[in-house]
Design a protein around this ligand. Structure first.
Ligand code: NAD
Length: 255
């Protein structure tokens, strides 16, 4: 198995890609710490894994909260004794996020708190343990929107994912000499509740996005998680500071 016994914290494990990641990582032998905002979501993700014969534990934590992010990491260490992978997947994309000219400050701050501060806090508490072990892999989920302009903007979300890309590079340079690699994945539009709950109400927005993608379809959660398995595994031992853009080709499409 590609992730035999690797202790992996997955944030947002109750959602679309996080839940798929928990299941697929466990199937590759990982011991998974399922994190989500509510106990119900974290527990149900862990129950899915255990039901499929994998190893998992659950912890309810809001990744944007200092004390809760610390508790999430402490829970992983108390349960399994180490942290091999921190998979910063939790994120939000609120409907009230538009252009800078009409996005309110509360929405802006909330997006930054979850999507950027959440990644910072996870890293803040997990990296010292990884440095002690002299090994670890951090996987940060950004987005294709971090590397493209968009005429139907979600500026807080876009800026937050740009910050994730920049932070990933800084961590990659700082900690690789001590055995801790950091990489990001920038998914294109993926069929998860985050995107589908929104597009189901707006057929025009859906068709606009499909028309831009050379593959003519949205991605599936497992198509992103396969890249994360690579980054978590020792197969990627010389991959550091990379941003894997997995988007069906949307970002290389001129017309
Ligand atoms: N779906 C897409 O098209 C797409 C594209 C590019 C990037 N992404 C990114 O991929 C990641 C996963 O997104 P998804 O599509 O699976 O979304 P999703 O909404 O299905 O799942 C996100 C999960 O994160 C959890 N979460 C939200 N705030 C949290 C917090 N403060 N603390 C802990 N958990 C929290 C939610 O409860 C949910 O379970 C996100 O970072 C998202 O920005 C998604």
């Amino acid at each position: 198995m590609r992730l035999e016994d690797k202790v992996t914290i997955i944030t947002g494990a109750g959602g679309g890609m996080g839940r798929t990641a928990a299941r697929m990582f466990a199937a590759e032998g990982a011991r998974v710490v399922c994190v989500d905002v509510t106990e119900e979501m974290a527990d149900s993700a862990a129950a899915d894994v255990i039901g499929a014969g994998g190893q998992a534990t659950a912890v309810a934590a809001d990744v944007s909260r200092d004390d809760q992010a610390k508790r999430m990491v402490e829970h992983a260490v108390a349960t399994y004794g180490r942290i091999d992978v921190l998979y910063n997947n939790a994120g939000i994309m609120p409907a009230a996020d538009h252009s800078v000219t009409d996005t309110d400050v509360e929405t802006w701050d909330k997006v930054m708190a979850v999507n950027v501060r959440g990644v910072y806090l996870g890293c803040k508490y997990a990296i010292p343990k990884m440095l002690e072990q002299e090994s670890g892999s951090i996987i940060n989920i950004a987005s294709f929107v971090a590397i493209l302009g968009c005429s139907v903007p979600q500026d807080a979300y876009t800026a937050s994912k740009g910050a994730v890309l920049a932070l990933t590079k800084s961590l990659a340079v700082q900690f690789a000499p001590r055995g801790v690699r950091t990489n990001s994945i920038s998914p294109g539009p993926i069929e998860t509740p985050m995107l589908m709950d929104w597009l189901v109400k707006d057929e025009e927005a859906k068709q606009l996005r499909l028309a831009r993608n050379p593959t003519g379809r949205f991605g599936k959660p497992e198509e992103i998680v396969l890249a994360a398995i690579y980054l978590a595994s020792d197969e990627s031992r010389w991959t550091n500071g990379a941003n894997l853009v997995i988007d069906g080709g949307i970002t290389v499409n001129y017309f």
